[in-house]
Write a protein that binds this ligand. Structure first.
Ligand code: ATP
Ligand code: MG
Length: 558
């Protein structure tokens, strides 16, 4: 039943480890305290991907909702949306850790009855002093030897709302001298007088993550509990809880490196800060590494899955270059995206020898390598726009575009030659006067003469005005916040540039929200699914055609 290719498994040690197992059951366990980011996609692709490769095909979507302070339904819904958007289905396997609160409570009672848990009444501040450090062992709590009956009574008082927050906590009785701090009688229940989004005010004690997670896995019959490396030190506790309680199912926890990407941050806490400080327009700002932001920017599920496949699953914490992610979206869009012409920063061009009223419809294929995508007609007339950057009055040596006296090709149209430059009173160029060679229709000259530059263009009277938002990396440091600096101080001030007067070819008049196009020579662009309308089109730049940052970084290294 396994369908993975050699390359897929070679960079994924987990796939290799579990290859021979038939009945694999996995889960993706997000905490609903923010929107998902591209790091979560790595975990989603791994868990849902592996499940899909095995007979059972079961991957649970489980909301790890044990901390009602920071969690809410908005996040639950957005997470479901994002997982579905990536193309995964949990079917009937949707759960909340809170579904198990009753069972978890019974397990806590079982631990007390086995003399493996006790109610500790040290205040949170005092408790710290008993924990010890990495070098020194901890000390036993003075409440550690309470009788089983006393513990049961106290837990009941905690549960029935008779105690204040911080007054007591239920702790596992393991080993205060363990070199692993997680094993030093960790707290497994705490009092929180806060209603919960799922259970309302039914509970005022909530189980801790380490207690909840392993038991939820066991209750669901998870075979492999895949998590990120920071949980490696929690594995002994994971195993202790399940061994001590002798659960019928004992999943195997396997850790892998979390995704870290340069020029961005992948932590919900930091993403929250960006949103709360209005440093971005929201969780769905197209510059955010959130799935909802990337989706709005024009990233596709295929590109994100391809990226996760390319980076693989390892135990090494390495930072992946943003260029890898950008290559994934380029390779996905390249074969399937229509080419069109759009002039981002227009410069007016008048073809002096072209008749005033004449309009020609020129055939232009939508894709150079895929005839099935068909052609459209692009109107050509006397007054056109070209890109401001495609003209220089005093061109340096390697500039092959338009300049005074120089001849270039207009894509799908004619050769034109710049005859003169019109300027306003301040000396700004406002218009070029050019001539065209009627013999060069289609882009070649019968006499065989060559031109070095080919420019995109639109016809002034036919073009559609649009807003184009050019995005770049959100931070200008590869590792924002490294070395103790505040990550918010290294935002890239040029991460967004809004162009309000771009001119697009008329075939884009009916472009719909979410559609992607390649604007020739400029990059891939997507119709913004929130702000765009038929009357006022808004495009987001998904990615440039080439990696301009690679060049900059190379230059910096020399
Ligand atoms: P954050 O640090 O962004 O708050 P988290 O780990 O607290 O992330 P959870 O909602 O608990 O967020 O994560 C759900 C699952 O996604 C967990 O199994 C977690 O290990 C995984 N995950 C989170 N971030 C990454 C990442 N950067 N790379 C890979 N997996 C991740
Ligand atoms: Mg977490």
């Amino acid at each position: 039943m396994k369908t993975q290719s050699a390359t897929e498994s070679s960079n994924n040690f987990i796939r290799q480890m579990i290859a021979d197992n038939q009945n694999i059951v996995t889960r993706f366990p997000p905490e609903p305290n923010g929107y998902l980011h591209i790091g979560h996609a790595k975990s989603i692709c791994l868990n849902f991907g592996i499940a899909a490769e095995h007979e059972s095909r079961i991957c649970y979507l489980r909301f790890d909702d044990t901390n009602p302070t920071k969690e809410n339904i908005e996040y639950v819904e957005s997470i479901k949306d994002d997982v579905r958007w990536l193309g995964y289905e949990w079917g009937e396997h949707l759960r909340h850790s809170s579904d198990y609160f009753e069972k978890l409570y019974e397990y806590a009672i079982a631990l007390i009855k086995m003399n493996k848990a006790y109610v500790c009444s040290l205040s949170p501040e005092n408790l710290k002093g008993y924990r010890g450090t990495l070098r020194e062992p901890g000390k036993n709590s003075p409440y550690r030897d309470r009788s089983i009956q006393e513990n049961l009574d106290l837990l009941d008082r905690m549960k029935t709302g008779k105690c204040a927050e911080g007054e007591h906590a239920l702790r596992a009785k393991i080993d205060m001298a363990s070199p692993n701090i997680n094993m030093r009688d960790p707290i497994i229940y705490r009092i929180k007088n806060i209603p919960h989004q799922m259970t309302g005010d039914q509970w005022c004690i909530y189980p801790m993550y380490d207690f909840t997670h392993c038991l939820s896995d066991a209750i669901e019959g998870i075979t492999h509990s895949l998590c990120t490396l920071e949980f490696q030190d929690h594995r002994p506790l994971y195993d202790w809880v399940l061994d001590t309680l002798k659960t019928p199912c004992h999943p195997q926890q396997i850790e892998f490196a979390r995704l870290s990407l340069n020029y961005t941050v992948l932590s919900k806490r930091k993403l929250h800060e960006l949103v709360e400080n209005n440093l971005v327009s929201g969780w769905n700002d197209p510059r955010m590494p959130t799935l909802i932001g990337m989706r709005r920017r024009g990233y596709t599920p295929e590109a994100i899955k391809d990226f996760c496949e390319r980076i693989g699953i390892t135990k090494n914490d390495t930072q992946i270059e943003m260029g890898v992610l950008e290559n994934s979206i380029r390779s996905d869009l390249d074969p399937k995206t229509a080419r069109v012409m759009g002039v981002l920063k227009p410069l007016r061009v008048v073809i002096e020898n072209y008749p005033e009223e004449k309009v020609e419809q020129l055939d232009a294929p939508y894709h150079p390598n895929d005839a099935n995508m068909g052609t459209r007609q692009v109107p050509f007339s006397r007054v056109l726009y070209i890109e401001q950057d495609d003209f220089l009055e005093e061109p340096p040596k390697k500039f092959f575009r338009l300049a005074p006296g120089r001849e270039v090709r207009l894509r799908y149209a004619y050769f034109i030659t710049c005859q003169s430059v019109i300027k306003d009173e301040e000396g700004n160029i406002v218009e070029l006067r050019c001539t065209y060679d009627p013999e060069t229709r289609g882009g070649s000259a019968p006499d065989g003469r060559k031109v070095k530059g080919t420019l995109h263009w639109v016809s002034e009277s036919h073009s559609i005005k649009a807003e184009v938002r050019l995005y770049d990396r959100l931070f200008n440091q590869p590792n924002p916040g490294a070395g103790g600096t505040d990550f918010k101080t290294v935002l890239n001030p040029n991460s967004i540039e809004i162009l309000r007067n771009s001119q697009l070819e008329p075939s884009l008049a009916n472009a719909q929200g979410g559609e992607a196009y390649q604007f020739e020579r400029q990059g891939y662009f997507c119709v913004d699914n929130l702000d765009s309308s038929k009357e006022a089109l808004v495009f987001n730049r998904i990615v440039t055609l080439r990696d301009s940052w690679a060049k900059i970084e190379k230059a910096n290294r020399h």
